[in-house]
Design a protein around this ligand. Structure first.
Ligand SMILES: Cc1cc2nc3c(=O)[nH]c(=O)nc-3n(C[C@H](O)[C@H](O)[C@H](O)COP(=O)(O)OP(=O)(O)OC[C@H]3O[C@@H](n4cnc5c(N)ncnc54)[C@H](O)[C@@H]3O)c2cc1C
Length: 457
């Protein structure tokens, strides 16, 4: 249906022009970007729509960190490593040296981000939503408009960093973007994560593994029973996140587009029903562990895997992934596999004839990774906007790999450091969006980052 249009009549609103760098979106990429910029002494504001930091890792209740290593060494370093170490401090059942699928205590992680961001000197505005962007013809964003309990406020800064996950700022500033599969327009399915408490720890740990890689998992019986119509596939990742508390990333919802609020709203309502069905099904099919379980929480953010991919100065491709490519302007490396969750059609095949889970999943061997070029963080045509997180410039396959939180932390740190240098090097208002690459790489290497610089390529 064609939308009707309305022109906002003249309205004068407050303007705040006191910040050098403004980061929008306080997920892993936004937190790292704000910390990174503020640590360099530039005045930084972090604007977040919800009431806490962490994005999908906290409000979204994602159960665990994707692996922090390349099967040999930790490769997500700097701020990413700091966050990982601190996030493990509260978890008695997790080894200090663990790097693979480290479980997340979401409440603890919120405080970790609060502390790191506040200590960096960055300021935070919660419950504040980016709702419009003013862009000049030269590709320079002059102001962003934010709505919160003060009404609308305009913010002016030297550099803006878009960490909204959906590329809201860059897209509204006029940047070109891609959305999902180019031909079918299909997006990866969404999942609403949830936490069950009062789980029997012993029975959970020593009972059948629930993940669908275990062919004995009760998930298959739950599906086939027909008693739980919302459990339509075997996707069922789970982690013990605290005493008697197991967090689930389970179930799928297709045709959800987070850039359409009506679509996300419906998916949250449906997601909560799916979570309750999982609790009931688990209580029945794995009673020793879940017989007395209690559905304690569902994510307040829908689990969105894919929306806009902003077109940047470089588009990272599947071919780059397959070649384990290095770049002269790397700011980090990623070794996570291409993890594209199956389509609705593929899911329907699973119940009839089984499903080839590895089809989409080109995996690396030990020590292998690909470079993340700084140019993927630079939206084409914009002069003072950087992007970080799952909305960076790449093709669909690479988005399935780069979207995980360790990589988002690394990209956020790179964007924040670049923004601070752009302010210091007075690069804003020039034709180049970005600092001197050597200076950026030196700054990141001094902080312990891992990538292959021009000299080592
Ligand atoms: C179901 C699911 C399971 C996953 N499992 C894992 C896993 O096990 N391990 C892993 O490492 N990764 C996992 N991921 C991937 C990972 O969690 C996300 O891709 C990652 O968090 C993206 O980080 P981000 O900073 O780009 O965005 P997000 O984490 O999405 O954060 C974006 C933030 O921006 C805010 N925001 C958005 N729009 C606006 C606006 N207009 N104004 C103000 N604020 C705004 C949001 O409130 C949010 O806090 C999973 C993802 C999903 C969906």
């Amino acid at each position: 249906m064609k939308k009707k249009k309305y022109t906002i009549t003249s309205k004068t609103i407050d303007l705040d022009d006191t910040y050098d760098v403004i980061v929008v979106g306080g997920g892993p990429s936004g937190c790292a970007a704000a910390i990174s910029a503020a640590r360099e002494g530039v005045k930084t504001l972090l604007i977040e729509a919800t009431g806490c930091l962490g994005g999908m890792g906290t409000s979204g209740l994602v159960p665990s960190w994707a692996p922090f290593w390349d099967q040999e060494n930790i490769i997500y370093r700097g701020i990413a490593e700091e966050v990982l170490i601190k996030s493990k401090e509260n978890m008695a059942h997790v080894s200090k040296d663990e790097l693979k699928w480290v479980p997340i205590d979401a409440e603890h992680l919120k405080r970790v981000y609060d502390t790191l961001v506040c200590e960096s000197g960055a300021e935070i505005l919660f419950h504040s939503f980016l709702c419009s962007v003013e862009t000049g013809e030269n590709g320079l964003v002059s102001e962003i408009i934010v709505s919160n309990k003060s009404g609308l406020t305009a913010y002016k800064a030297k550099v803006f960093i878009d960490c909204t996950g959906d590329g809201d700022l860059a897209a509204w500033a006029g940047a070109e973007f891609m959305l999902g599969d180019e031909e079918s327009k299909e997006l990866q399915p969404a999942s609403l994560c949830f936490v069950l408490t009062n789980v029997d720890d012993y029975a959970y740990q020593y009972g059948p593994r629930l993940h669908n890689s275990n062919l004995q998992s009760p998930i298959f019986e739950m599906m086939k029973s027909g008693e739980f119509p919302r459990i339509v596939d075997s996707h069922c990742c789970n982690q013990m996140v605290g005493p008697g508390a197991v967090c689930f990333n389970a179930g799928h919802l297709w045709k959800i587009d987070n850039t359409e609020p009506g679509s996300t709203s419906q998916s949250l309502i449906e997601g909560r029903k799916i979570a309750k069905e999982f609790q009931e099904a688990l209580a029945k099919y794995q009673p020793k562990a879940f017989g007395n379980s209690f559905l304690a929480a569902t994510g307040s953010l829908m689990g969105i895997r894919e929306t806009r991919r902003i077109v940047g100065e470089y588009v990272l491709t599947e071919e780059d992934y397959l070649q384990r490519k290095g770049f002269y302007d790397e700011i980090g490396r990623n070794s996570y596999y291409i993890d594209i969750h199956h389509s609705e059609h593929e899911s329907s095949l699973e119940t009839i004839e089984g499903f080839d889970w590895e089809k989409h999943r080109a995996r690396y061997g030990a020590g292998e990774s690909y470079g993340i070029p700084f140019r993927c963080l630079v939206p084409k045509g914009l002069k003072n906007v950087l992007i970080a997180g799952r909305n960076v410039s790449c093709d669909r396959a690479v988005q399935g790999s780069i979207r995980v939180m360790p990589a988002c932390l690394v990209m956020g740190e790179g964007a924040g450091a670049a923004a601070s240098l752009m302010v210091k090097e007075k690069m804003v208002n020039t034709d180049l969006c970005g600092p001197n690459i050597k200076n950026l790489q030196k700054l990141l290497l001094d902080r312990g980052a891992y990538f292959r610089s021009n000299e080592t390529l």
